[in-house]
Ligand binder design. Sequence first.
Ligand SMILES: Nc1ncnc2c1ncn2[C@@H]1O[C@H](COP(=O)(O)OP(=O)(O)OP(=O)(O)O)[C@@H](O)[C@H]1O
Length: 276
Amino acid sequence: MSSPLFRAKDIGKKNSDGTWLFRNIDIDFSHGVMTITGPSGVGKSTLLKCINQTIVMDEGQVWLDDKIGFISFLDEVISKIMYIPQRTTIMESTPLDFLEEVRAFSTHKRNKDSYDDPVQIALDWGIRPHLWHKKWNTLSGGEMQRISLAIGCSFRPEILLLDEPTSALDEISCEKVEKTLGQLNCLWVTHNPQQAHRINSAGELVMRGGDNREPPLEVSIDDGNNNNSKKKDGGWGQDGEGEESQGKTAGAGTQGEATQESSSSSSAKTIQAGRH
Ligand SMILES: Nc1ncnc2c1ncn2[C@@H]1O[C@H](COP(=O)(O)OP(=O)(O)OP(=O)(O)O)[C@@H](O)[C@H]1O
């Protein structure tokens, strides 16, 4: 069996007040798409930044290609792992200017043939070539998102860290982007349970904040008819989808106080409960 491309053991990151934003996160990733899910604010983006070394983690260990510890081979991390943030920083320049800048600052200088053509990648996703000459601040959110993704993909990184990469896209564009990215190695943050189910080919990490190894809590659900039932917190799932999500849960943890939200499609409730 081949060894994992990327491994993380007991990763933890503290909040500025010293409490744990998350801890005991384990990842064992070889290839395909691993989804990262969890409520807003549990630290999904922060986890990606820790993996990408833009934020220093407070505990834990990581391996890339069986090499332990990132600090000692940061150049390699930068060339092999590409993080695409949730939002593009609005710049005065054009995407083509930005592409040249990123290539110029790339730690490992490569010849032109070692990149894929981002304009062609984005064309397959409905981005017409003239958009690459427009200023970022005149592009739509969906255009910016696809262009950023195409630039990231063009570097052929071994692992893409994707932070809600299709959040600004319509259904058809989303389908096209998913089809391309689904063939690559990605850790993919999503808030969309249907998407997670579609793209997930390499496991799912469910984050709840706090200690991710703590068992799910039982919460009491009142259905409005004075019927109380006990239910395990699946971490993220909605009724109807919960069983499936729960079956794939890679970890459990704690998350602030109990919250309850209505599902947009039905009266089904999403339950999150826990403790600090
Ligand atoms: N640069 C920063 N400085 C201080 N706190 C930060 C910073 N970035 C994020 N945080 C805090 O860390 C916590 C986790 O944020 P993060 O963006 O990682 O969550 P998330 O799970 O990705 O959320 P969402 O699903 O809403 O994108 C939040 O409380 C956030 O306010």
